[in-house]
Write a protein that binds this ligand. Structure first.
Ligand code: HEC
Length: 403
């Protein structure tokens, strides 16, 4: 810029030297072009370096393109120009919306830098270690941070992740939920703004446990990798004793497959596909705190989309191996009361207008919900965890009111 202005002055004031000045300008321009070309060919052939040796650089080293231009060129087709996750490219799973703060691998500059460098295996998110310089990736990480909500800016020193105005999703190694229960190296924690945290195992997208209270400490950022996360809220419900059966059934061998997570509309959801490669059924599942006069609990919501209207999956009511104590038809909900582990009571409720209750074979307690035919269905299953079970609790379920 300065050399251009300089040449301009030279031209105007010292016209006899104009030809000389222009010649120099042209040489300078040609020279810088060759240098650029050498630079880019070098970065294209750069040997993939081991990532743990690499760190986000300082922002003072400015890359050739602005961070915004880099984002527009490399990322926007999937993540959207504003980072809202609404890019133009069709993906089999949604790209992350940075606006909603949906970072499952951490939202510090270093964590985002690592994601940009190595990509996310098994998802369309590519790694850029080979194609973008450390400076460019650092600038991008800082830029992605500016697209997210400020309440989620967690530094590595402050590892307790809190859920503020928006829900948070964290992916990582989950600790064992109790004696004799396994750890889950591929786990998912969804933190709601209502203080509820749900834990899923990623491989078959099953809900393992529900917690209430503070969210999570990122202990995995301290060790050399493999250190489990530390969810902070106490477990209020260990689903299926820690090894829950599949929720949906369509045909033999059907397993849920994670498509992604979202933090849209103020809720954190898991999105999964059931069935073959065409993902015949897509489910969005999210959980909310719920209280009934008969006791506290939570509600699981399912939005189900099906391409084939003749084949709706059946839903398996939770607690199939637990003895049924009672069945109560209350206002708007049918309640199945079961004896949980350790003499505790678990109550599951559903809206009878949304599905038909059927029993499976000879297993009396193994109840299913038959969803109506069609291409869409919604289902909400309430789980209540009352402190005790007696005639007055029964009456509360029947009438839906406190005495
Ligand atoms: C081909 C599509 C595509 C492109 C191009 C792409 N991404 Fe992604 N990105 C994704 C998808 C899909 C996910 C979510 C993956 C998952 O489900 O975990 C994602 C996730 C992310 C995440 C979230 C990681 C976390 O903690 O959850 C970050 C950060 C990210 N991308 C940054 C970038 C940046 C920066 C660029 C450009 C240099 C970029 N992405 C280019 C598809 C893409």
């Amino acid at each position: 810029m300065r050399s251009h202005a300089l040449s301009l002055i030279v031209v105007l004031v010292l016209s006899p030297l104009a030809a000389l000045a222009l010649g120099w300008g042209a040489w300078w321009y040609a020279e810088s072009m060759t240098r650029n070309r050498i630079d880019s060919s070098r970065s294209m052939h750069r040997i993939r370096s081991p990532l743990h040796g690499e760190q986000a650089g300082s922002v003072t080293s400015v890359p050739a393109m602005s961070a915004r231009a880099l984002f527009s060129a490399y990322c926007a087709q999937c993540h959207g120009e504003t980072g809202d996750g609404q890019g133009t490219q069709v993906l089999d799973r949604p790209a992350r919306s940075f606006k909603d703060g949906g970072f499952s691998f951490g939202n510090t500059r270093d964590a985002i830098f690592r994601t940009i460098s190595s990509g996310i295996g098994g998802t369309p998110m590519p790694g850029y270690a080979d194609s973008l310089s450390v400076e460019e990736r650092t600038a991008l990480a800082a830029y992605v941070q500016t697209l997210g909500p400020p309440t989620l800016d967690v530094s590595t020193e402050d590892m307790v992740l809190q859920v503020g105005q928006v829900p948070v999703v964290v992916r990582g190694h989950l600790p064992s939920l109790g004696e004799g229960l396994p750890e889950h190296p591929r786990g998912l924690l969804l933190g709601g703004t209502d203080g509820l945290t749900t834990e899923y195992r990623v491989d078959d997208v099953r809900l393992l446990a529900v917690r209430q209270g503070r969210f999570v400490e990122r202990t995995d950022w301290t060790g050399r990798g493999g250190t489990p996360l530390k969810p902070l809220g106490p477990v209020i419900h260990l689903v299926g004793g820690g090894d829950p059966p599949a929720t949906f059934e369509l045909e033999a061998g059907l397993e849920a497959r994670l498509l992604g997570t979202t933090t849209r509309d103020g809720r954190a959801s898991v999105l999964y596909g059931l069935g073959d490669d065409e993902h015949l059924v897509r489910v969005e599942e999210w959980t909310e705190a719920f209280t009934h006069p008969a006791g506290p609990g939570y509600v699981r919501h399912f939005d189900i989309q099906h391409l084939d209207e003749d084949r709706m999956p059946t839903f398996r009511l939770p607690g199939s191996d637990q003895r049924i104590i009672d069945r109560i038809d209350g206002p708007g909900r049918t309640w199945i009361v079961r004896e949980g582990g350790d003499g505790r009571i678990e109550i599951h409720g559903f809206d009878p207008a949304s599905a038909t209750l059927t029993a499976r074979g000879s297993e009396e307690g193994d109840l299913r919900l038959q969803l109506p035919r069609g291409t869409e269905a919604t289902l909400s299953i309430v789980t209540l965890l009352p402190a005790s079970w007696d005639e007055s609790a029964r009456e509360l379920l029947r009438t839906g009111e406190s005495p």
